[in-house]
Ligand binder design. Structure first.
Ligand code: GDP
Length: 375
């Protein structure tokens, strides 16, 4: 039904030009002339863009999921685009993925910009590949309105892994809607999980509520800090101390690393979730990510935490809490949509008239309204 010839595609409404196809050609040529740049990565970026921007393409979800399970990068990219764009096929995708997910270990990596998250992630990927594990990376940027092909920088930093078929790297951004990432990220994790990733690393950029939200999606959360950035204080303010399972003081080759470790120890001694009896006490480890120093020790701490999660039943509790949050978010969004339909409607008008006439109070009227949208 659909054909594509030299950047023109034939659809139901006749021929149309596909600008992304042309961009892909131009960028591909440009990359080929630059020996330092991985052509595969650039092509993947463009492919991601093209996948995302061809809404008219029909989706055979079952085939896509099968191809993704076979480890085909384009199928994985396409599925993540579908969940990120909240495509009409989203429900079908979620249902098709459900039986294949729940196996991967999800590790969150968070910290303020410049602490070395991408460098650390890249070092982790290398170390995990040495263990022969398949790895997925989601670089989540709540502050950026762009995603997919736009965050070329992230991918270029990850270029060591660009040609490895057992590493999937994807950038995600909020695309302007608040809370958007909160539901899109767990779905994207599920795609990578179903694609056979043993470990999914979720890297978050920025400091604040979004970080805490994304951190709560992980089985184990690493909080990165670096000396001289006032990070400890920022972390305490943002509530990051509470979500950390392992603290990593990166850039330990720089002056002030010991002071950062001392500050952290002091802040942890002040109490919080970690001080309860039987609670996990987050270790504080030092790394020089740019030289891959300390990475094995961090992975050992992550393994120890995983073992603790299983032994105490905390893994199950965390995953259930995550599923609760996800179901709640989806249900509330559906409710909000329906209430949106009510805005300016006759039902709302009728309730308003009754409130003005003193026949009812606004709380009862609101209850009645909610009852009408939920039945
Ligand atoms: P992100 O913004 O948190 O992802 O940080 P990046 O991974 O992009 O790192 C920011 C800068 O810090 C880069 O120039 C890295 O090369 C550098 N960097 C990362 N880790 C280390 C480290 O352990 N020591 C030093 N001295 N520099 C590092």
């Amino acid at each position: 039904m659909w054909g594509r010839v030299l950047g023109w595609s034939l659809g139901r409404q006749g021929w149309r030009c596909e600008p992304w196809w042309w961009c892909g050609r131009v960028l591909g040529r440009w990359a080929q002339r630059r020996p330092g740049l991985p052509v595969a990565a650039v092509t993947a970026v463009v492919a991601g863009g093209a996948e995302r921007r061809s809404p008219r393409r029909e989706v055979d979800v079952a085939v896509l999921v099968e191809r993704a399970r076979g480890g085909e990068p384009r199928a994985v990219a396409r599925l993540i685009s579908l969940v990120e764009d909240a495509s009409p096929a989203l429900r079908e995708v979620a249902a098709a993925l459900a039986p294949h997910a729940g196996r991967a270990r999800v590790i969150g990596l968070t910290g303020s910009p410049g602490v070395g998250k991408s460098t650390t992630t890249s070092a982790f990927v290398r170390a995990l590949r040495e263990r022969d594990l398949r790895v997925g990376v989601l670089a989540v940027d709540p502050s950026s309105p762009f995603s997919g092909g736009a965050l070329l920088g992230d991918r270029v930093r990850m270029q060591d892994h660009a040609t490895d078929r057992d590493v999937f790297i994807r950038s995600m951004a909020s695309r302007g809607h608040l809370g958007g990432l909160a539901w899109a990220t767990p779905q994207a994790v599920r795609v990578l999980d179903a694609a056979g990733c043993d470990v999914v690393l979720v890297e978050t950029v920025g400091v604040g509520q979004a970080e805490v939200e994304v951190a709560s999606m992980a089985d184990t959360t690493l909080v990165l800090l670096a000396p001289g950035m006032g990070d400890g204080i920022q972390a305490a303010k943002a509530g990051i101390l509470e979500v950390a399972d392992v603290f990593v003081v990166n850039k330990a080759d720089r002056e002030g690393a010991e002071q950062t470790v001392r500050d952290l120890r002091y802040m942890l001694s002040l109490g919080g979730r970690h001080s309860a009896a039987g609670a996990w006490r987050p270790p504080i480890l030092r790394t020089v990510a740019s030289r891959a120093e300390g990475i094995d020790e961090v992975l050992a701490a992550v393994d120890e935490h995983a073992e603790w999660l299983t032994r105490t039943g905390e893994l199950d509790r965390r995953r259930r809490a995550r599923a609760c949050a996800e179901i709640e978010a989806i249900a509330l969004a559906a409710l909000r949509d329906r209430i949106g339909d009510v805005h300016g409607s006759a039902a709302l008008d009728a309730q308003a008239a009754r409130v003005v006439a003193g026949e009812t109070d606004p709380y009862t009227a609101a209850d009645d309204l909610v009852a009408t949208v939920t039945t």
